[in-house]
Design a protein around this ligand. Structure first.
Ligand SMILES: Cc1cc2nc3c(=O)[nH]c(=O)nc-3n(C[C@H](O)[C@H](O)[C@H](O)COP(=O)(O)O)c2cc1C
Length: 335
């Protein structure tokens, strides 16, 4: 399949993997890129720019296909040295960066001078337009369903994607709630040039996380995510667990007076406990509503090949069947 996104990044399939803290290591990024998508290393999971440089080198040993690095600008307890992270990306010869959180405006000159394509993840049309204005090459439009930070507007992708298509000139991928061929075809129909997946890629053989995490994703339903940190305007969609119930209880008690320190124990330092140790009750970790569509743990290649084959079947048989007046079966459930 050829779209503006496959052309922009030099990839075979219009599928990108969103940056994921303590998940987006070289193993997963390389697997996605080897399967024809755009794999992404999560920059800030590497505690120093030097470690990121090593992770990039490790990924390069595992794939000769294009891959990218995610740089997240979110409120954090200690601000990372972004210019040095960008230097590591540049020196590692990486040609794609996924930015997220705040506008990457102040870093655009450095990224562009290095010949890096920038795809900025946005949860609103206005932020997408700002990204276009400051020279981003593409945006990842992240709907309210998404795992991670959906912003504060709460607009789901059925509305957000066509709105983005109406306003944007640069290409965009649909992000949030994407799991299978049905997601991809729907995203393309709504004007996107591809799709970005986060949660779905965690439940793959190559995702370097504790087996408990994959098991939890297969078992959870679309009813099992919760929103935390709304009062801090740093809303995050997470998988419910004991730590998250504690956050919600504290949030109910504190109301509008909530401070990040009040929930420090349940939101800080949680990722290594969950992803490495498999402690599923440790606290808040991002997970999308799409978890309700995850029923297996395939290899990344099996997942991507299945998505592309089923997408072709949906387009050529089901959709054209409607036009030809041929009775067609419902799209097969694939996850
Ligand atoms: C466990 C996890 C960790 C994430 N960490 C980050 C991150 O560090 N930076 C970022 O920009 N997005 C992060 N995200 C968001 C994803 O990149 C992506 O936008 C999101 O997962 C898309 O929604 P989906 O989960 O419904 O596919 C994370 C998502 C998950 C599930």
């Amino acid at each position: 399949m050829k779209t503006a996104i496959t052309e922009l990044f030099g990839i075979q399939h219009p599928i990108t993997q969103g940056g994921m803290h303590y998940v987006g290591f070289a193993e997963l990024a390389a697997a996605v890129s080897n399967a024809g998508g755009l794999g992404i290393i999560t920059g800030l999971t590497q505690k120093t720019p030097e470690l990121l440089a090593k992770e990039i080198a490790r990924c390069r040993d595992m794939t000769n296909k294009p891959f990218g690095v995610n740089l997240t600008f979110l409120p954090s307890f200690t601000a990372p040295p972004y210019p040095e992270y960008i230097a590591a990306i540049k020196e590692g010869g990486v040609k794609a960066v996924e930015t997220a959180g705040r506008s990457p405006e102040q870093y655009m000159p450095a990224l562009k001078a290095a010949g890096i394509k920038v795809i900025h993840k946005c949860t609103s049309v206005r932020h997408s337009l700002k990204a276009e204005k400051i020279g981003c090459d593409a945006v990842s439009v992240d709907g309210f369903e998404c795992g991670g930070h959906p912003g504060e507007d709460d607009i789901p992708n059925m509305i957000l994607l066509p709105r983005a298509a109406d306003e944007l000139k640069i290409p965009f991928v649909a992000s949030g709630g994407m799991a299978d061929a049905r997601s991809l075809v729907a995203a393309l129909a709504m004007g996107a040039a591809g799709m970005n997946m986060g949660t779905r890629f965690i439940a793959t053989k190559e995702a370097p996380v504790h087996p408990n995490v994959k098991k939890a994703l297969v078992e959870a339903t679309e009813l099992d995510t919760r929103l935390v940190m709304r009062a801090l305007r740093n809303t995050e969609r997470v998988l419910k667990n004991k730590g998250v119930e504690e956050v919600l209880e504290i949030e109910r008690e504190k109301g509008g007076t909530l401070k990040i320190e009040d929930i420090h124990d349940q939101v800080a330092g949680v990722y290594p406990k969950v992803m490495i140790e498999g402690d599923m009750d440790a606290g808040a970790w991002s997970c999308g509503m799409v978890v309700g569509l995850i029923n297996d743990v395939p290899t990344v290649k099996e997942l991507i090949d299945r998505i592309m084959a089923d997408a072709e079947a949906i387009i050529r048989q089901r959709l054209t069947g409607f036009l030809d007046g041929v009775e067609v079966q419902p799209a097969r459930a694939v996850a």
